[in-house]
Design a protein around this ligand. Structure first.
Ligand SMILES: [Zn+2]
Length: 139
C-alpha cells in the first residue's frame, strides 16, 4: 500500500498516459521485435529513443503541451485511417467502377467500368479529358 501511495505522489501533477502513449508503446515493441530478427544498431538506438520519448511524456509536468501533442497525433491518425478506408472502399467498388484522377484539378473520379477509350468531363472543374479503361466489368 505504501508503495502505491508513493507512486501516486510521484505521478501527481504529471501527464500520465494517453492514446499517443499507447501508439508509441506499440511502435517501441514493434521495433524491439523487429530487432530480434534484424539485429541492427540503428533499430536499437531508435527503439531506445522511442522508449525515452514515451516515458518523458508520461512523467512530463507540462500537461498542456503534452495534450496538444496528443490532439495533433489524433488528427493525423484520423487522416491515415481515412486514407485506408478510402482505399478499401475503392477496392470493393473495383468490379463495377474504375477510379481516374482528373489531370486538371487532381480530383479522383469514379467512372463506370467499360473497356475502351472514353472522353469524360470532370464535374468539379468541367475540364474534358480522355480516359482509357483496360479491363471490362468482371462477371
Ligand atoms: Zn477536374
Amino acid at each position: 500500500m505504501r508503495f502505491r501511495d508513493r507512486i501516486a505522489r510521484f505521478m501527481y501533477g504529471r501527464y500520465g498516459t494517453d492514446s499517443l502513449f499507447y501508439f508509441l508503446w506499440v511502435v517501441y515493441i514493434a521495433l524491439v521485435l523487429a530487432n530480434v530478427f534484424v539485429r541492427s544498431w540503428v533499430l536499437y538506438l531508435l527503439s531506445i529513443a522511442v522508449f525515452i520519448i514515451t516515458f518523458y511524456r508520461v512523467l512530463s509536468r507540462n500537461t498542456v503541451k503534452r495534450m496538444n501533442e496528443n490532439i495533433k497525433f489524433q488528427k493525423m491518425f484520423k487522416g491515415v485511417k481515412g486514407w485506408f478506408s478510402n482505399r478499401t472502399s475503392r477496392i470493393k467498388q473495383n468490379k463495377n467502377y474504375c477510379f481516374k484522377r482528373c489531370p486538371n484539378c487532381g480530383k479522383v473520379l469514379r467512372l463506370p467500368r467499360v473497356k475502351g477509350k472514353h472522353s469524360t468531363r470532370c464535374p468539379v472543374c468541367h475540364a474534358d479529358f480522355n480516359v482509357r479503361v483496360w479491363f471490362d466489368k468482371k462477371k
